[in-house]
Write a protein that binds this ligand. Structure first.
Ligand code: BGC
Length: 478
């Protein structure tokens, strides 16, 4: 009973430590964003210093996605054998070292290797951070805490877009500006690395490794009452001892394959609604319509960041599915509006001659589109992918879904502009609109609502044959 006093009788509210833990861990999301958003406003400087053509520049940019795929692949092994906390430390160390080395402006092969390493770090972080958050945050705020990951990604994209624009405008010489751009990443990377040391290990991973006492000690720091701790430990134990296959065997189980398909398709749609065309190329696309300057470089990152904030509350209030519908329908409408606008101005050969109305429609469509993504598919997909897998298969499931995310992100980045060139500026918007329609149907038919239910209850339902769509209902299994 010695610890009963320690945890106290207070059962409402959460300890500050919960928020501290989640914020530090979410710094991994910030690094994701810093690296993802880095290219848009730095590529020209990189090309000048390293004398790269368009293809060389594209190649350098896309190495991030390759690193991301490999990082996500190995992250599952790291998370299982090293633990979640040490995996975050590995990612933090890689981010720090690779960005600091890039700041020395090494020869191109070394700079490219560093970009691969940064991608590797992003791959590890995009796997471990949502996993760590969903396993450590108490169930009622798991959604909000998980959403932090996406918020940090968008803050990272915004920050780096802004600092790179400012640096490029202030220091014209790449020998000065480029190191400063890379050092901005190093600064936050070092914060993540050092912050990682104060994190506790995930109680679920500790239980998985049979380290019950340590798991209880962590829960004592995060939960309020002894009762809450007992319930949590019992639920984790039940999940661990329930009907399941060990490790790799689980991928053969029908129930696992079912949720895997949900996770994989969510990630496929998250990319095929076209978000990274907007994140990477919106200045270029705005340029096609004669929109230039700060409006072209900062609109997307700013809206993207601002509208992720409401998602933190809405994901718990409205639930995950409602947000996915609202987001997909908003993106559908705005992609069609953008397509129609580009079609309408198709005959104008000089972008400077394009009138105010099409420009305004395009800008409004882009703002609404980014709002649609930021408030829904951005945060919710990562969150649901961290929630739906049974504990034994969580690393494998999230490894696969994270790799799928990076593969499709790379696909969009590598083809969006050339597709526009080949089939006309309007074409790509209609393609993405088509995927929005498919995404709505998919959510309606197969995606469970995961709000307000514990991971273990959902796992119980899954293993007891409850239909995918109903996995998050409290009644059916128990
Ligand atoms: C996506 C990234 C995207 C970012 C934009 C993330 O959820 O996975 O591909 O660049 O959101 O905010």
């Amino acid at each position: 009973m010695a610890h009963a006093g320690l945890v106290g009788a207070k059962s409402s509210g959460y300890k500050t430590i919960v928020y501290v833990i989640c914020s530090v861990a979410a710094l991994g999301g910030l690094l994701f964003g810093l690296d993802q958003g880095f290219i848009a406003n730095s590529l020209e400087t990189i090309q000048r210093h390293y004398q790269l053509g368009v293809q060389g520049g594209e190649h350098y940019s896309s190495i991030l996605a390759t690193g991301g795929i490999v990082g996500a692949l190995l992250a599952g092994l790291f998370a299982r054998f090293l633990g979640r906390k040490r995996s975050l430390l590995v990612a933090g160390f890689i981010f720090t070292a690779a960005s600091a080395l890039s700041a020395l402006l090494p020869p191109l092969p070394v700079l490219s290797a560093c970009r691969f390493a940064l991608g590797f770090g992003v791959g590890v972080a995009s796997f471990v951070v949502p996993l760590f958050l969903s396993e450590t945050a108490p169930a009622p705020i798991r959604g909000s805490m998980g959403t932090l990951f996406q918020l940090m990604i968008t803050i990272g994209i915004f920050l780096i877009s802004l600092t790179n624009v400012l640096i490029a405008r202030t220091f014209m010489n790449p020998v000065t500006s480029l190191p400063l751009m890379f050092l901005t990443i190093t600064l936050f990377a070092a914060l993540m690395f050092l912050g990682g040391f104060v994190l506790p290990e995930s109680p679920r991973w500790l239980m998985l490794k049979g380290r019950r006492e340590e798991a209880v000690a962590v829960l004592r720091r995060t939960l309020n009452t002894q009762h809450e701790i007992d319930v949590e430990i019992e639920e984790i134990e039940q999940a661990l001892h329930g009907p399941q296959g060990a490790g790799a065997v689980i991928v053969m189980r029908g129930y696992f394959i079912k949720v895997l398909m949900v996770g994989v398709l969510l990630q496929v749609f998250q990319q095929l609604v076209g978000i990274n065309m907007m994140i990477y190329y919106s200045p270029t696309i705005f340029g096609y319509a004669g929109i230039k300057g700060l409006l072209a470089t900062m609109t997307v990152p700013t809206v993207n960041m601002l509208f992720t904030f409401p998602a933190i509350r809405l994901v718990e209030k409205w639930g995950r599915k409602k947000l996915l519908y609202v987001g997909a329908i908003t993106m559908l409408v705005t992609m069609i509006a953008a397509g129609v606008t580009f079609q309408a101005v198709g005959s104008v050969s000089n972008p400077a001659m394009i009138g105010g109305t099409p420009k305004a429609v395009l800008l409004a469509s882009a703002i609404l589109y980014i709002f649609g993504f930021a408030v829904s598919w951005g945060p919710v997909v990562w969150l649901v992918c961290s929630e739906i897998f049974p504990l034994e298969g969580r690393e494998i499931g999230m490894t696969i879904t994270t790799m799928v995310n990076w593969t499709f992100a790379g696909l969009v980045m590598a083809n969006a502009l050339s597709f526009m060139q080949a089939h006309g500026n309007a074409s790509i918007f209609y393609v993405f609109a088509g995927f929005c329609v498919l995404a709505v149907a998919f959510v309606a038919l197969f995606v469970p609502e995961t709000k307000g239910i514990t991971l273990e209850e959902m796992e119980f339902n899954l293993k007891n044959g409850v239909r995918l769509r109903e996995l998050g209902n409290r009644e059916p299994g128990r």
